[in-house]
Design a protein around this ligand. Structure first.
Ligand code: GAL
Length: 828
């Protein structure tokens, strides 16, 4: 086996790339040629808005070393006057430079070496050894440059420079982050190799007995002579070989050739939400008897359709899409992607019963799609938030003419093997939907999409294509079929998708006969986690219009967390779900949003800097409505009561309970029953209005008189202790893995102090770092990157990242007047 060496600033970084003798592999890892290695470590970074020229930046001495993925905006201060605006989270963009010095083994001089960036926000330009490789305005799509013609081999250094220009603001309606915020890879291949995103695997016929698997492989010959080669594709289920097929090809010099191979898989194990079973295709190219390239593609076998009567059918079964929209930021980590952080978000959502993710409003990090494949989510993969017509002054609309074809094509090629993707969305609330350009562009995008993938339907997240008008803060809907939305009327879409207007869903069949429906975006409920107006229906002062000044709301821009506050264009959580639940033909919904995100606060004004829309807050702590969904969407037995139990004596407090699997709930205050409640009809919660009395509030759910669950909350005394709980107490010592540690502020009896907002200081011993702190408070301007943070309503989060050696990581938290707490995390 050959060993290739890359040198990082003189430090050897071993990478195993092999040339292995021919022989069709029988185990997946037997003979794999690993062509891709991480190129994330030891970059130098310099932020400087005034130096715009590569030759000048080359001489700057103010570089700092870091690993990518990196987001420089999250390191900055929240700034009321930031040109990014509140939409952008009041965090600045700017112009950043990255560079990295490395060596390439002499043996690789006969190979093809490329660099792949999974996403750089935005306007990246790349030079290798002074040679310009290119520019990519779109921050969300991956791109690759071949470097081999310009590389030095052996003992000589190479220098790569990346300019990232996110200085023109605003260019996004939400927080984008800035920099090389996704992974970077080096790919080294023989001159004859599978091309970039070079396989396309479809399963045209799927039955319980048999599935046909069609593999299209694009092979690139970069030799200056024609080559005769053998291409073998082996399909694995887990580690066992299922089938393989071989084809001999002759491929002319400097050309690409696409070959098609097809096989039958007997009794296929189908991909589903509950059991997301994956297969792997390993494509191997052999030349003159030697294996020269291996390329791995994960795929799934599943059969689905969107039906006008039955909604979404997966493997013959009706499945309601219970989805959420997600932006790409990871709360306190900003937009620098981390696989574990995405996985944690998905775990929290899965636990709530979510089975769908909409990648609003851009191509996501590849790792999100890989996780959705493995964890079982129904993904709506979205391409654009705007077409040519801008939404903000410097956004992608300015790049549309030159780049949209390439960006969409690359997204399709990159993503089309993911079994979790079930729909392509060609845009979100596109301004052209109201004029004829909408028809032309929708048709063009649909044609591009169908050129690369005919196996999935196309939709768009339109504004409601039915008549409506904004009357003060209320939308008025005319329920008659008035299809004046040009995209909807263009015929380009396979599924009608629109945002909000749940009042109109039941008229869909009349409005759009014969075409299925998906609620692409719903709800936009607003809540601050753990904050409540004691009497839930006195909050009519909310909502405020996003585009009006905030007047007369709650102090400090808090929003009561009973499910009663919504953006004027949306609904409460319960209202939309009740409609979706009722009608079979409604395929499902994607709620705005699963998690809070940075930017787009509503109220759209200082001091708010992050959103209130999430069912889960920015730190990852569920708001109460999470349990409404859990009671409806999962098999778990649920009984959740809200609010907390710290109020003024005698004041009326509304107590809500979310429950399932029971026919009644009885509430006891200090041992005395205050009544039995049952959900009637479409109800999704029950409520008691009772005068507050300190002590214990206990709820008991019962079915046929037998206790199903009991839960209680108690009045907390003064904050006294800190408690630390890690989501994982053993993490990988790979310099990347994370432990998310929850800090609870408790009274001396161990009851959560629901109003505590102490400032907490953190320190860490051992080879690791504190990489994020966050309370989920949308008005906090404390840095997420510090080592102290103020709790919100008794809770805070601290994120620990391992170093690259194993050992103990000891985290201590301290706050004035409270007993400190320590927790040990093991990195191994
Ligand atoms: C929608 C839009 C989303 C987000 C949301 C907030 O109209 O598509 O991007 O802005 O409103 O409610």
């Amino acid at each position: 086996m050959n060993k290739r060496k890359y040198f990082n600033n003189g430090l050897p970084l071993l990478m195993l790339v092999g040339i292995i003798l021919l022989g069709s592999c029988s185990k997946k890892e037997d003979t794999f040629v690993n062509r891709k290695v991480s190129f994330n470590s030891d970059w130098s970074f310099h932020l400087n808005d005034s130096i715009t020229d590569k030759d000048t930046i080359g001489t700057s001495t103010k570089w700092r070393t870091l690993n990518v993925p990196h987001d420089w905006s999250i390191e900055g201060k929240f700034d009321e006057k930031s040109p990014a605006g509140y939409g952008g989270g009041a965090l600045n963009g700017g112009l950043g430079w990255y560079k990295k010095t490395f060596r390439v083994a002499a043996a690789d001089s006969s190979k093809v070496t490329s660099i792949t960036f999974d996403g750089v926000y935005k306007n990246s330009e790349v030079w290798i050894n002074g040679h310009y490789l290119g520019k990519r305005p779109n921050g969300y799509i991956g791109f690759q440059y071949e470097m081999s013609p310009y590389l030095n081999y052996g003992d000589q250094n190479n220098e790569i420079i990346v300019k990232v220009d996110n200085s023109k603001q605003p260019n996004s309606r939400w927080y984008s982050g800035s920099g090389i915020f996704r992974n970077v890879w080096i790919e080294t291949t023989d001159k004859l190799h599978v091309g970039q995103w070079g396989t396309y695997i479809t399963t045209p016929k799927v039955t319980a007995e048999k599935a046909s698997v069609k593999v299209e492989t694009t092979i690139q010959n970069q030799y200056s002579e024609s080559k005769k080669a053998t291409v073998t594709t082996t399909i694995f289920k887990d580690d066992s070989k299922v089938t393989s097929f071989t084809q001999n090809i002759t491929i002319a010099a400097n050309t690409n050739q696409t070959i098609q191979q097809e096989a039958q898989v007997e009794t296929p194990v189908l991909w589903s939400v509950e059991k997301p079973e994956l297969y792997t295709a390993v494509t191997e190219i052999s030349l003159d008897g030697a294996l020269i390239d291996s390329y791995k593609t994960n795929f799934g076998i599943r059969d689905f359709k969107f039906d006008t009567d039955k909604g979404f059918i997966l493997n013959g079964k009706q499945v309601k899409i219970k989805g959420v929209c997600m932006h790409h930021d990871l709360g306190p980590l900003g937009s620098a992607i981390n696989t574990r952080a995405i996985e944690r978000q998905l775990e929290i959502l899965k636990e709530m019963g979510v089975n769908g993710i909409r990648t609003s409003h851009n191509p996501p990090a590849p790792e999100l799609l890989e996780l959705c494949d493995k964890m079982g989510f129904i993904v709506m993969d979205e391409a654009f938030d705007m077409w040519k017509q801008n939404k903000t002054k410097y956004d992608y609309g300015n790049d549309w003419d030159k780049w949209h074809k390439k960006d969409l094509t690359d997204q399709l090629l990159r993503d089309r093997n993911h079994p979790s993707i079930f729909m392509w969305s060609i845009g979100n609330e596109i301004p052209e939907q109201w004029n004829e350009n909408g028809v032309t562009i929708a048709k063009e995008l649909a044609a591009i999409t169908r050129q690369y993938d005919k196996t999935r339907p196309i939709t768009a997240a339109m504004n409601p294509p039915v008549n409506m008008n904004l009357d003060g803060v209320n939308l008025q809907f005319e329920k008659a079929a008035v299809q004046y939305n040009k995209i909807a009327a263009s015929g380009a879409l396979d599924i009608i998708g629109y945002n909000y207007a749940h009042q109109t869903y039941e008229y869909h069949k009349k409005n759009f006969p014969g075409i299925p429906f998906i609620a692409t975006e719903t709800t936009s409920g607003l809540q601050t986690r753990g904050y409540y107006d004691a009497v839930s229906d006195t909050i009519k002062k909310w909502p405020v219009r996003w585009d009006l000044k905030f007047t007369g709301g709650n102090p400090g821009n808090t929003v009561s967390a009973y499910d009663q506050v919504q953006a004027p264009w949306g609904s409460t959580h319960e209202a939309t779900w009740k409609v979706i639940k009722k009608h079979d033909f409604l395929s499902g919904m994607y709620i705005w949003t699963g998690f809070d995100y940075i930017g787009e606060p509503t109220p759209y004004e200082w001091p708010s800097i992050s959103s209130y829309f999430g069912i889960v807050d920015l730190a990852g702590f569920p708001k109460d409505v999470y349990y409404m969904y859990q009671s409806e969407w999962t098999d778990k037995t649920v009984l959740h009561i809200l609010p907390h139990w710290n109020w003024k004596a005698g004041q009326n407090v509304d107590v809500w309970a979310y429950y399932n699997k029971a026919d009644e709930v009885e509430l006891f205050l200090n041992g005395k029953s205050v009544g039995i409640r049952s959900k009637k009809g479409e109800d999704l919660h029950v409520m008691w209005r009772i005068p507050f009395q300190a002590g214990t509030l206990k709820a008991v759910s019962r079915k046929n008189g037998k206790i199903v669950l009991e839960t209680e909350i108690k009045t907390a005394g003064n904050p006294s202790n800190l408690k630390l709980t890690a989501d994982r107490s053993t993490i990988n010592a790979d310099g990347n893995d994370l432990s998310f540690v929850t800090v609870d502020i408790l009274d001396e009896k161990g009851v959560l102090a629901p109003n505590a907002n102490n400032e907490i200081n953190f320190s860490l011993k051992g080879n690791g770092k504190i990489v994020g702190v966050c309370s989920g408070d949308p008005v906090s301007h404390e840095s997420y990157k510090g080592t102290k943070h103020t709790a919100l309503n008794g809770k805070c989060l601290v994120v620990i990242q391992s170093g690259d050696t194993s050992g103990r990581l000891e985290l201590t938290s301290k706050a004035n007047g409270l007993k400190p707490a320590t927790i040990v995390i093991t990195a191994e």
